[in-house]
Design a protein around this ligand. Structure first.
Ligand code: HEC
Ligand code: HEC
Length: 346
């Protein structure tokens, strides 16, 4: 696989910079990256890339910069739109330069500083490496990292902004990746009604409470914790033939991982439709119908979806499905998606 090999090379070189160039110069006071105490530990190594206000603003400019792509039409924000919690508003499978169709649905981007694995198959395990894939993927931006760096170095506004943030004579790829990470790390979503409930600032309605109990009983084997994912890779029974997309096995090359995908966070799930790695379901009702009656048995189907002598899946009545959906809607963070700090500055 072409991209896989490219990956290895890039990861090794990026790792090298991360350790070799962790400059200890004081840039400016750390810009507060806050998260509630009920969130998991932050995993992003901030000591290599402290978030500063100017770094965040530069990352935001880059995130919405179409000139990054080979034909100047696609930015990160094309596929990851703020009003949709940074997921793709229209496409089942993402669409990149020249209308080329990708193979997966663009997930939302938030709470990234707390996440260990990125992409549906967990192919990347450091936030800084994520953009490399988007930039070089011929179905997305179809550019090279060197090409992006060159273009940016030719733009005086970027040169001066990069210099303000990183105090170097010229722009290099590490600075680009660090700035993008600074923007993405600041995308913390923690103001949903559910968060307010956890903080004692909101009382769940009767249906929301019923839904929460049903969710805890049936879904938290995988969608656990306050980010609603245990960050494992599981097969939730969408298919019994995985030739279209091997999932986790693409990375591990282990047969037992075929058809397994990263358990996604369910925060903002009301806004991130269509659902699943290939966007096959357009509504939460369809998702619940899947779990309740359409789970397909296969060798790698998760054991928690199998019960002796019963049809695989999670037995749920229509009322129960609807209560669960009502609960899932308490995970919608309207303040996050209307926060103008996160919008395209142009
Ligand atoms: C053409 C559409 C497209 C563009 C452009 C794009 N992405 Fe993505 N992004 C995707 C898709 C599709 C995935 C899921 C890929 C996969 O799982 O294999 C994804 C995944 C991600 C993830 C991982 C989220 C998670 O929870 O695992 C992050 C972070 C991300 N993109 C950031 C970016 C950044 C930064 C840029 C710009 C440099 C960018 N994307 C450009 C479509 C796009
Ligand atoms: C065995 C683990 C497991 C259980 C149990 C489980 N899920 Fe999932 N869920 C997953 C995985 C894995 C995915 C992603 C699958 C894919 O895209 O191929 C997923 C995807 C989803 C999605 C789509 C999210 C998105 O952004 O596309 C929703 C919604 C969802 N699950 C809700 C639920 C609900 C509600 C329950 C309980 C009724 C539940 N899940 C039980 C593992 C599980």
């Amino acid at each position: 696989m072409r991209t896989n090999n490219l990956w290895r090379v890039l990861c090794v070189s990026v790792l090298f910079w991360l350790t070799a160039c962790s400059s200890s110069e004081e840039v400016e006071a750390s810009w507060q990256l806050d998260a509630p105490d009920y969130f998991p530990e932050m995993v992003y190594p901030l000591d290599n890339n402290e978030v500063t206000e100017k770094g965040f603003e530069l990352g935001r400019m880059l995130f919405f910069e179409t000139r990054i792509s080979s034909d100047g039409t696609v930015s990160c924000g094309t596929c990851h739109q703020p009003l949709k919690a940074f997921s793709d508003p229209v496409h089942t499978l993402s669409v990149g330069v020249e209308g080329r169709h990708g193979t997966r649905n663009a997930p939302g981007i938030f709470n990234m500083a707390f996440q260990n694995h990125f992409f549906w198959d967990g192919g990347v395990n450091h936030l800084d490496f994520v953009p490399v894939n988007a930039i070089t993927n011929e179905l997305e931006m179809d550019e090279t990292v060197a090409g992006v760096v060159q273009k940016l170095n030719e733009l005086p506004e970027y040169r001066s902004r990069f210099n303000d943030v990183f105090q170097k004579d010229s722009i290099d790829s590490q600075q680009v990746l660090h700035a993008l990470s600074q923007f993405m790390m600041m995308l913390v979503s923690d103001q949903s009604p559910y968060d307010k409930y956890l903080r004692g600032e909101y009382e769940l309605t009767a249906a929301e409470s019923r839904g929460m109990l049903l969710f805890e009983k049936n879904c938290t084997e995988c969608h656990s914790g306050t980010l609603f994912t245990d960050e494992s890779f599981r097969n939730n029974g969408l298919d019994n033939d995985f030739t279209n997309d091997l999932g986790r096995a693409r990375i591990t090359e282990y047969e037992g991982d075929e058809g397994k995908f990263k358990v996604p966070s369910l925060r903002n799930v009301q806004l991130t439709n269509p659902y699943m790695h290939d966007g096959r379901f357009s509504t939460l009702e369809e998702v619940l119908d899947h779990y309740a009656g359409r789970v397909k048995p296969s060798k790698t189907l998760d054991a928690s979806l199998l019960k002796e002598g019963e049809q695989p899946g999670i037995g749920l009545s229509d009322d129960e499905k609807s209560d669960i959906i009502t609960f899932l809607k308490t995970l919608t963070d309207r303040e996050f998606v209307s926060d103008s700090r996160f919008f395209d500055p142009n």
